[in-house]
Write a protein that binds this ligand. Structure first.
Ligand code: B12
Ligand code: SF4
Length: 480
C-alpha cells in the first residue's frame, strides 16, 4: 500500500461514518457529514467516508475500513433514532452501538447528528462513545479535533458532551451555514436509489407545533443561506454530479416568503435544468411565491397539514387554519404542482369525529397523495412531552430513547382501525405504519416507474378520480 502523504502538525486521520441504513421511504444522502467535510479539509485533516447505507455486511465494512485507514478519530453521524412509525417501530440504537464498539480502542469516537442531538446523554451512555456534539457541527468540529490532537478533553466546547460528564455545553447556533462538500461521497448512488439530491437552503423554524423537534434542532430563528451559495451548490450538483431532481429539506421552504422568493428568482436567472420538491406550510401559501417556485422547477410540495379538524390544529399549535389548507391546495392544483398532505392522527382530543373531519377534507381536496401516520412520537423538550407526562402516557423519568408515542396504546389501536378503513378504500393514501401502500416491494416497483422525485407522485389520480402513475415526469424544467 502506498505511504500516506505527510500531514501537517495537528492534522488527524478522520473517518466519517454515516450509520444510517434506513432506505424507507427512500435512501437519504448523508448531508450532515458532507457539511462537515469542507471545514475538515480546510483545516488540513485527512478525511475519508464510510457510508453504511448500502453495506451488505456493516460489521465487515467497519472492520475493513478501520484496518485500511487506521483513523485517529471516527465521527459517527446518527441521523435517525428510529423510524417514528407506530406500530412498526424500528430503533437504530443497537446498530450505532455496534459501530461504536468496533471503533473503540482504535480511535476516538465522536457522535453527532439530529438523532444524537435529540437524546445525547442517553445515546452516549447506550453506545459507549467518547464524546458527542449536540446540534450543528460545522463550527465546532475543527476546535474539537484540535483539542483531541493536543490530547486535551473537548469538554466545554459549544454543544460538546463528553462521556461520564454532566450535560452538554450549551450549543451555539452558528452565524453561517457551511456549503456541503460532496466530493468524498457517492452522490450518483443516491440519485439512482433515492431519486433526488438533498439541499438545505436555510435552517430554523419560528413556529411552535407541540410535538415538533425542528425548532429544537435548528433554532427558532430562520437563517437563510446566502442565495449565491445555494445556487452555486445546485449548479455543482447539476454540472458535476448529473443531478436533475432536488428535494429541499428546509423545515418550511415557503417561510419567510421573501427569502424563498429571492432564492427562486435566482434559480430562474441561473437557468438551472432542474426539477424539485419541498416541504411547505399551508399557512398561508403566498401566490406570487408559488408562481416563481413553479418557474424555478418546483413540481411537487409536501404539506404538513396534520389534521382537517380546526380543534386539532389549534391543539397541535399549528400556525394555520383549515381554510389556509384549502387555499394552498387550490393554488397548487391551479398550477399543476403535485401535493401530498401529511396527516398526524392522535393529537390531544382526537376522536372519531375529528378523524372523519380529516378524511372529509382530503376527499374534498383530492390531492395526489395523503401520508397518514397514527400516533405522535414524543421527544424530550417538546410541549407534547409535558402533555404526555400530565396525562400519564409517559411516566416521570421514563427514557424516550425507545420509540414512545402519544396517545396511549389503547387509543392508538382505536384510531388505527378508523384510519385503516379510511385509507384502504381511498386511492392516493399511504399509511406506513398500517402497511397501506408502503411495503418495500411496492416502493421498489414505484421507484422503477418514477425514477425521480417523491414516490408518492405515483399514487396520483387524474381529475376524474382514477388512480395511476403521475403523468409528465420531470415535466417542469426551469427556463433559462
Ligand atoms: C429533510 C428530512 C427528511 C426528508 C429527507 C429528504 C432528503 N432527500 O434528504 C424525508 C422526508 C425523506 C425524511 C425521511 C425520514 N426522516 Co427525516 N428529516 C428531515 C429533516 C427535516 C432535515 C434533515 C436534513 O437533511 N438536515 C440538514 C443537515 C445538514 O443537517 P444534519 O443532518 O442534522 O447535520 C448537522 C448536525 O446534525 C451535525 N452533524 C450531523 N452528523 C454529525 C456527526 C458528527 C460526528 C458531528 C460532530 C456533527 C454531526 O452537523 C450537521 C451540520 O450542522 C430532519 C429534521 C431537522 N430539522 O433536522 C428530519 C429528521 C432527520 N428525520 C427523522 C426521521 C425519523 C425520518 C424517517 C425515519 C421518518 C420516516 N419513517 O419516514 C425517514 C428516514 C429516511 C432515511 N432513509 O433515513 C428524524 C430523525 C430523528 C429521529 N426522530 O429518529 C428528524 C430529526 C425529524 C424528527 N422527527 O425529529 N426526512
Ligand atoms: S411542524 Fe413544521 S411548522 Fe410546526 S414547528 Fe415543526 S417545522 Fe415548524
Amino acid at each position: 500500500m502506498p505511504e500516506a502523504a505527510p500531514r501537517p502538525a495537528g492534522a488527524l486521520r478522520v473517518l466519517l461514518v454515516s450509520a444510517n441504513r434506513e432506505r424507507d421511504p427512500s435512501p437519504v444522502f448523508p448531508l450532515g457529514l458532507s457539511v462537515l467535510a469542507g471545514p475538515l479539509a480546510r483545516a488540513g485533516h485527512e478525511a475519508s467516508v464510510l457510508d453504511l447505507c448500502f453495506a451488505a455486511d456493516p460489521r465487515a465494512a467497519v472492520r475493513a475500513t478501520l484496518d485500511e485507514r487506521a483513523p485517529d478519530v471516527v465521527l459517527v453521524s446518527v441521523r435517525n433514532l428510529d423510524n417514528t412509525t407506530w406500530p412498526v417501530s424500528r430503533s437504530y440504537v443497537d446498530a450505532v452501538r455496534e459501530v461504536v464498539e468496533q471503533c473503540r480502542g482504535r480511535a476516538v469516537v465522536v457522535l453527532g447528528g439530529s438523532g444524537f442531538s435529540l437524546e445525547p446523554r442517553e445515546l452516549l451512555a447506550a453506545t459507549g462513545a467518547d464524546a458527542g456534539v449536540v446540534g450543528e457541527g460545522e463550527q465546532v468540529v475543527v476546535p474539537l479535533l484540535r483539542r483531541i490532537a493536543a490530547g486535551e478533553s473537548p469538554a466545554g466546547l459549544p454543544g460538546v458532551i463528553v462521556a461520564g460528564d454532566g450535560g452538554p455545553a450549551p450549543a451555539a447556533l452558528p452565524a453561517g451555514i457551511e456549503t456541503p462538500d460532496r466530493r468524498l461521497f457517492d452522490v450518483g448512488l443516491y440519485l439512482r436509489e433515492g431519486g433526488a439530491a438533498n439541499v438545505q437552503a436555510k435552517r430554523g423554524c419560528p413556529f411552535g407545533c407541540i410535538y415538533c423537534t425542528y425548532p429544537l434542532l435548528e433554532g427558532r430563528r430562520v437563517r437563510p443561506r446566502p442565495v449565491a451559495d445555494v445556487v452555486a451548490e445546485l449548479r455543482t450538483l447539476v454540472d458535476e454530479h448529473g443531478i436533475d431532481y432536488v428535494e429541499f429539506c428546509d423545515d418550511t421552504f415557503n417561510h419567510p416568503p421573501a427569502a424563498a422568493r429571492e432564492l427562486c428568482e435566482a434559480m430562474v436567472a441561473a437557468g438551472l435544468r432542474l426539477s424539485w420538491s419541498a416541504f411547505v406550510t399551508p399557512g398561508p401559501l403566498d401566490e406570487r411565491l408559488l408562481d416563481v417556485m413553479v418557474r424555478a422547477g418546483c413540481d411537487a410540495v409536501e404539506l404538513g397539514t396534520d389534521s382537517g379538524s380546526p380543534a386539532l390544529l389549534a391543539g397541535l399549535g399549528k400556525p394555520f387554519t383549515v381554510e389556509d389548507v384549502r387555499d394552498a391546495a387550490r393554488l397548487c392544483r391551479e398550477r399543476g404542482v403535485a401535493t401530498a398532505h401529511y396527516l398526524l392522527f392522535g393529537g390531544p382530543g382526537e376522536n372519531e369525529a375529528t378523524v372523519a373531519e380529516s378524511v372529509a377534507l382530503m376527499d374534498e381536496l383530492a390531492p395526489e397523495a395523503v401520508i397518514a401516520m397514527v400516533g405522535i412520537r414524543v421527544y424530550p423538550g417538546t410541549r407534547l412531552h409535558e402533555v404526555a407526562l400530565r396525562e400519564g402516557v409517559v411516566a416521570p423519568g421514563q427514557s424516550l430513547l425507545p420509540p414512545t408515542f402519544y396517545p396511549a396504546e389503547a387509543e392508538l389501536k382505536g384510531l388505527a382501525a378508523l384510519v385503516s378503513s379510511a385509507a384502504a378504500e381511498r386511492p392516493g393514501w399511504v399509511a406506513p405504519g398500517l402497511g397501506i401502500n408502503s411495503r418495500p416491494k411496492v416502493l421498489a416497483l414505484l421507484r422503477a416507474t418514477l425514477p425521480r422525485g417523491p414516490l408518492w407522485r405515483c399514487f396520483s389520480r387524474d381529475r376524474t378520480g382514477r388512480r395511476g402513475p403521475a403523468s409528465g415526469r420531470r415535466s417542469r424544467i426551469a427556463r433559462s
